[in-house]
Design a protein around this ligand. Structure first.
Ligand code: ACO
Length: 329
């Protein structure tokens, strides 16, 4: 291993549950279509005024408490997000101030839904190198403010939420996930598959960009679906092979919770029984950067992950970017 482990985890979701039946009243869709195509039944949507930094703080306090680390011990805060409160300052900087993490640096990591996995890998590398000791890594989104609630292609998929972990030197006591290795990839030629174009340098905010809806998430869903089904299984097989393991050695797979059909298809291609997938997208939808963090937290606290288990965390998202991390608990 790299001598670094997940010492504690936490999560938070904002208060309001939106069901598929609620969505039937807003766009031309059906509970049956959403469940059959994605596996999603409900998602949480932040109330007006609730920010990504708010739910990040709640998840972070839980992770710090479970790790037994105080904010003053933190050397760095990394937040993976595609829906920061503002482009700048970063969510991480606001979080640093609110937690009173006096000695910590802070930065957001933007890499589509893979941002939180990139942040985990960066944090793990800082601890492994000995440069930093304790790092807070958060994945958090209030994407509900960035989707077009009249676009059935996207609004049924996403949900709001936050997950957090504290990384630090591996411990013998308790249940901590030791990082054995990771791989980060990108295929930037496919940058047009998932976009939010408006209000920045290429399309500065104007009445036209608003009329065209460029401030909303746009996604070529079926192209994303095909990309992931083609690229991810051989990638995961190769990644595990380089680490000296086979897919069958992995007890739990913590996939990005985008679509149950994607998880099921990837595991089938790897020859792994589908029960090995950690699934919570039925409750939370696709929470983008929060999804692997929330799924990992729930798998730990529910007792699903046990000491000695090997766990793969894998995500994909806008960019296109993707990656994986192998842990041993
Ligand atoms: N309700 C009813 N019908 C719908 C809905 C809806 N909510 N959304 C789309 N449809 C229709 C389409 O218009 C289309 O109709 P048509 O055949 O008359 O044109 C039909 O359903 C099929 O559409 P497809 O897009 O081909 O359906 P598909 O089986 O691919 O499922 C889905 C769509 C669920 C989006 C799937 O492609 C998917 O999950 N893709 C991956 C998306 C993903 O993972 N994105 C996350 C990336 S993470 C990030 O960085 C944000």
């Amino acid at each position: 291993g790299l001598g670094v482990a997940v010492l504690g985890s936490g999560m938070a979701v904002p208060g309001k549950v939106v069901t598929n039946q609620d969505l039937e009243k807003m766009v031309d869709t059906s509970d049956q279509w959403i469940v059959e195509r994605t596996g999603i039944r409900t998602r949480f949507v932040a109330e007006e005024g609730v920010l990504t930094s708010d739910i990040s703080e709640e998840a972070s306090r839980m992770a710090l408490e479970r790790a037994g680390i105080s904010p003053e011990d933190l050397d760095l805060i990394l937040v993976g997000t595609n829906s920061p409160d503002t482009l700048f300052p970063s969510v991480a900087a606001k979080l640093q101030g609110r937690l009173g993490a006096v000695k910590a640096g802070a930065a957001d990591v933007q890499s589509g839904c893979t941002g939180s996995l990139y942040a985990l890998a960066m944090g793990a590398s800082f601890v492994a190198s000995g440069v930093f000791k304790y790092i807070l890594v958060v994945g958090a989104e209030v994407l509900s403010r960035l989707v077009d609630w009249n676009d059935r292609n996207t609004c049924v998929l996403f949900g709001d939420g936050a997950g957090a972990v504290v990384l630090g030197p591996a411990r013998d006591e308790g249940l901590s996930g030791r990082v054995l290795g990771f791989s980060l990839k990108a295929d930037g030629a496919k940058h047009d598959l998932i976009t939010l174009m408006g209000g920045l340098v290429e399309h500065p905010a104007s009445h036209e960009t608003v009329d065209q809806g460029l401030h909303w998430v746009k996604m070529k869903g079926n192209d994303v679906f095909k990309f992931v089904n083609r690229e991810i299984p051989p990638f995961l097989d190769g990644f595990l092979g380089e680490m000296g393991f086979a897919p069958g050695d992995v007890s739990s797979w913590v996939f990005h919770q985008a679509n149950w059909r994607i998880m099921e298809g990837v595991l089938r291609r790897l020859g792994v029984p589908e029960e090995r997938a950690v699934v919570n997208l039925d409750k939370y939808g696709n929470t983008s950067c929060a999804s692997i963090m929330m799924a990992l937290h729930e798998a730990i606290v529910s007792g699903r992950i046990r000491k000695g288990d090997k766990v793969v965390i894998s995500s994909f998202g806008a960019g296109m970017t993707y990656g994986a991390m192998l842990m041993e608990f």
